[in-house]
Design a protein around this ligand. Structure first.
Ligand code: ARG
Length: 473
């Protein structure tokens, strides 16, 4: 922000006031330091409003053209940085009106007819978010693609699957990666769905009651790429559901990133030894020369906190507000902007981390049956031979204890010892005691059998492509 010059400040109000605002009020009130990023969207809405004023006979053709020319010029000046808000501009709308007055003199003052900052700011924020949601969905699609790439590369690698962070049953590593893809795919779908509800224009609602000037808000909506215009001007200026819903979608993406981040932290630890993070996505320690730290994953995990905080703060701001516009609503922007910035920062880093890690495939496959992960298969095999599951569970439990005492794996127990544990444990049970067999057996819909995972992979690829295409359409 530049210093305020010596010219009197542009204020959008003040006619009825005898004195100017106290410094403390002005400092509290000012939002231009964060809402300046709405400038390009405010200018878009101003162009549409200019045409509406012309349509309503409130601007001559020449005035309309000068206005549109000045708005283009101002847009350019904002982009190249030659026009900047000053400390005396209360908000983005004030700064841009000053820019217009500098270019057009009194004519610049005509643009404000029939609109209010209340419908303007609600419109600007929707335009900004609809634009940035597309960028976020692009980055989500890239993350989906990165996970899909690793799943494809390691399609046949078995790993121990966990519950309670204890070895549970063998699964394909690709199945586990695809579970994360499903979460991010739902996030992308959620944002696409959000966009339908956000595509309603509040412009034309004025301060709260609509405008008495003859222009059609639906025409304004069309020019700004909205699907429709609001049918209730009071709702239009007070509704921030689109912002809260976006913050929720962002917070859930944060939660999903944090869960993936935690897995990466585990997988890259000495104890797991599943993956090696690429040097480009790892950091070192200032004191311990040997260290390679998973900071990208940890920051992804940590950023969930601020995304959840933003949502909580915004909902708390909205709670109990009477209709219609209240200045509290100025607090809607920072959590939204912070969520956008955070996701656009984290998502590419996590996508890079994922697409470049190296899997120690042999080491992880070797541990797929460790911790007796084939025990369920054995119990289910006995069930198929008529043993009640309760009894089968008991028998296999005994066998596991026997193995622990003798320090062997299930598949290494010889025929006599199997018989000693239970007469039901005939030598043929050994046929289900292979990781391959266990994977192949889980061939029903949604299971980890290689054939099911291959189908899942193809479907998720198509979905990720759809997300990427939507984001750029
Ligand atoms: N800076 C304000 C906001 O972000 C703009 C709307 C102010 N409207 C008003 N009537 N004071 O909400």
């Amino acid at each position: 922000m530049t210093e305020a010059g010596s010219a009197p400040p542009t204020r959008l109000w003040g006619g009825r006031f005898e004195s100017g605002p106290a410094d403390a009020l002005a400092r509290l009130s000012v939002s231009v330091q964060f809402d300046w990023r709405l400038a390009p969207y405010d200018l878009l809405a101003s162009r549409a409003h200019t045409r509406a004023l012309f349509g309503a006979g409130l601007l001559t053709e020449a005035e309309r053209d000068s206005m549109l020319g000045a708005l283009d010029d101002l847009d350019q000046a904002c982009r190249d940085g030659s026009f900047r808000p000053t400390a005396a501009d209360e908000d983005v709308h004030t700064a841009l009106e000053r820019g217009l007055l500098e270019r057009l003199g009194a004519l610049g003052g005509k643009l404000r007819a029939g609109r209010s900052r209340n419908d303007q700011v609600a419109t600007d924020l929707r335009l900004y978010l609809r634009d940035h949601v597309r960028m976020i969905v692009s980055r989500l699609a890239e993350l989906e693609t990165a996970l899909l790439g690793q799943a494809e590369r390691h399609a046949d690698v078995a790993v121990p699957g966990f519950t309670h962070l204890q070895h549970a049953q063998p699964v394909l590593f690709s199945h586990q990666l695809l579970a994360h893809v499903h979460a991010f795919a739902r996030d992308a779908d959620r944002l696409r769905d959000w966009d339908k509800r956000a595509a309603i224009s509040p412009l034309g609602a004025g301060a709260l009651a609509g405008s008495s000037l003859p222009f059609d808000p639906r025409e304004l909506a069309k020019q700004l790429g909205f699907a429709s215009a609001t049918t209730n001007s009071m709702d239009a200026v007070s509704d921030r559901d689109f912002a809260a819903e976006f913050c929720f979608a962002a917070a859930l993406i944060g939660v999903h990133l944090s869960r993936l981040g935690e897995e990466i932290v585990l997988w890259s630890s000495q104890e797991f030894g599943w993956i090696e993070i690429d040097d480009a996505y790892a950091t070192g320690s200032s004191i311990m020369p040997q260290k390679k730290n998973p900071d990208v994953a940890e920051l992804a995990r940590g950023k969930a906190g601020r995304l959840i905080g933003g949502l909580t703060g915004l909902l708390t701001t909205l709670k109990g507000l009477p209709l219609t516009y209240n200045r509290d609503l100025q607090e809607d922007k920072e959590p939204v902007f912070d969520a956008v910035d955070t996701l656009l920062l984290v998502l590419p880093a996590v996508a890079g981390l994922i697409s470049t890690f190296r899997l120690h495939a042999e080491r992880v496959s070797a541990s797929a049956s460790a911790g007796f992960t084939l025990a369920t298969d054995l119990a289910e095999y006995l069930v198929q031979r008529g043993v009640p599951f309760r009894e089968a569970h008991e028998i296999v439990g005994h066998l596991v204890v026997w193995c622990q005492v003798h320090d062997v794996e299930l598949e290494d127990v010889d025929d006599d010892d199997l018989q000693r544990v239970s007469p039901h444990l005939t030598p043929d049970v050994r046929q289900v005691l292979t990781v391959r067999g266990a994977l192949e057996a889980r061939k029903e819909h949604g299971g980890t059998a290689p054939a099911r995972v291959a189908e899942q992979l193809a479907a998720l690829h198509a979905l990720a492509d759809q997300h990427a295409a939507w984001a750029t359409s």
